[in-house]
Design a protein around this ligand. Structure first.
Ligand code: PA5
Length: 440
């Protein structure tokens, strides 16, 4: 991975370099804020073959029985698997007559009745299984989805066989899901206590659904392990891409660039953007502080958000994940009539045009006052994506500490839950219920 911040127009001061290295050291010493949630720091190197074998074996069982696996979870118990799956998948796979892998779809990441109905209807035509993921084991959205999917599995296959088609990923001891999994005898994987949801993609939370979908999870972990070494304590600032990224974004933020737009010219990375938004938004957006994480997929969004980025309020900076080489080759051919005037591109690969779009947009946005950070990855494969995930996690921890917040809590997400339960007349919420209904 290469990180280039020359188009931000900023030099990183010795002071900021020292801050970034100190923040990295804090993550390793465990003496900073939120230090009971630092299990992700050395997670990749702690994953051994036995753990991966167990995940791959559980995935193989589901793969054998099911052609559709419904992965239930929300937030950090959803976005990592979704992001990597999208990055690694052929978006047109479902158009093929033969499916090599079970299809993995997601539920419990919303409370939409239509989404749920349409999923349950579509599932009727398939041999199904489920992976239910919740660290707390008490989150409402996945609990609702799991109630329905569990009932469908039991009605269709009977309780014993349903228990063979359900895997739970949850806390080792606490929560309703843990109790249910123990009572029903579901195979269970544990989310470590010291790994928060949005840092959990390299635990069974991400690895199990990805293994079911046929993603090479060993390569994913290998990429993360390499990045763990590359960003370890003691690595010089210039050699540590996470420290560099964290430092630059904090310099930009201090100078009034309050919004960071993560973009890519590869649509497969769209959900990496979504995963990144959760990682940074939940980690940094607190105490009245934090860069607002936004995202675009290019060149599509140049035809929607492009205008604002070029000429709107100058509080933005951009970070582009640039993919050096595509996997496939498509050449633009000459056309005798040339009615579209595109013959000047004849003989060029589409990726060359995409690259020129990227470079042209970069300079246009820089000229328009939008500093640009460029993160170049060689290609989209499991190892590279594993590295990218850990790179962003490490940078997030460093960045949050530079900002002075606890990057590992999320007190703000409780407010909506309290209101929702009061509006739904949950027992114990009687007083809140009266108050909130009077405000409607
Ligand atoms: O990052 C987080 O901690 C959250 O986004 C959680 O992942 C999300 O709220 C889901 O929680 P749980 O896994 O407990 O159901």
């Amino acid at each position: 991975m290469k990180i280039d911040y020359s188009k931000t127009g900023y030099e990183i001061s010795a002071e900021m370099k020292a801050k970034a290295l100190a923040a990295n050291a804090l993550l390793h010493s465990g003496e900073g804020k939120g230090n009971d949630f630092l299990g992700w720091v050395n997670l990749p190197s702690s994953i051994d073959d036995a753990q991966l074998d167990a995940i791959v074996a559980a995935a193989a069982k589901l793969r054998e029985k099911c052609d559709l696996v419904i992965c239930i979870g929300i937030g950090g118990s959803y976005l990592g698997a979704k992001a990597v799956l999208e990055a690694m998948s052929n978006p047109f796979q479902l158009l093929k007559k033969e499916q090599e892998n079970p299809t993995v779809v997601f539920a419990g990441q919303n409370i939409s009745e239509d989404y749920t109905y349409e999923l349950m209807e579509a599932a009727k035509e398939h041999s199904i299984g489920a992976i239910v993921i919740s660290k707390s084991g008490t989150t409402t959205e996945p609990a609702i989805a799991f109630r329905l999917i569990k009932a469908e599995l039991e009605a269709r296959y009977g309780k014993a066989e349903a228990a063979e088609r359900i895997v739970a990923v949850t806390d080792k001891a606490r929560g309703a899901l843990k109790t249910l999994a123990t009572d029903e005898g579901y195979p269970t994987f544990v989310i470590p206590d010291d790994v928060g949801g949005r840092f959990s993609v390299l635990t069974p939370v991400g690895l199990l659904p990805l293994a079911v979908a046929g993603v090479d999870v060993r390569a994913l972990v290998k990429g993360a392990q390499k990045m763990e070494a590359q960003t370890a304590e003691g690595v010089a600032f210039e050699e540590n891409p996470s420290a560099i990224y964290a430092a630059v974004r904090n310099l930009l933020y201090a100078d009034g660039k309050k919004i960071e737009i993560l973009g890519s010219y590869e649509p497969k990375l769209q959900y990496i953007n979504e995963w990144w938004k959760q990682l940074y938004g939940e980690s940094e957006g607190k105490e009245g502080k934090g860069i607002f994480p936004a995202s675009v997929t290019l060149t599509a969004d140049l035809h929607s958000m492009g205008q604002y980025i070029q000429e709107g309020e100058r509080t933005l900076f951009e970070t582009i994940i640039s993919v050096a080489a595509p996997k496939h080759k498509v050449v633009i051919e000459a056309d005798e009539q040339n009615l579209d005037g595109l013959n000047f591109m004849a003989g060029k690969r589409i990726s060359e045009v995409n690259r020129m779009a990227e470079l042209g947009v970069q300079l246009a946005h820089v000229d328009g006052g939008v500093p640009n950070i460029r993160i170049e990855i060689p290609t989209i494969d499991a190892e590279t994506i594993g590295g990218l995930l850990y790179f962003f996690e490490k940078a997030c921890g460093i960045s949050g500490y530079i900002l002075g917040v606890n990057p590992f809590d999320q007190p703000g997400v409780e407010a909506y839950k309290k209101n929702m339960f009061a509006l739904l007349d949950k027992p114990g919420y009687e007083e809140e219920s009266k108050k909130i209904k009077a405000r409607l």
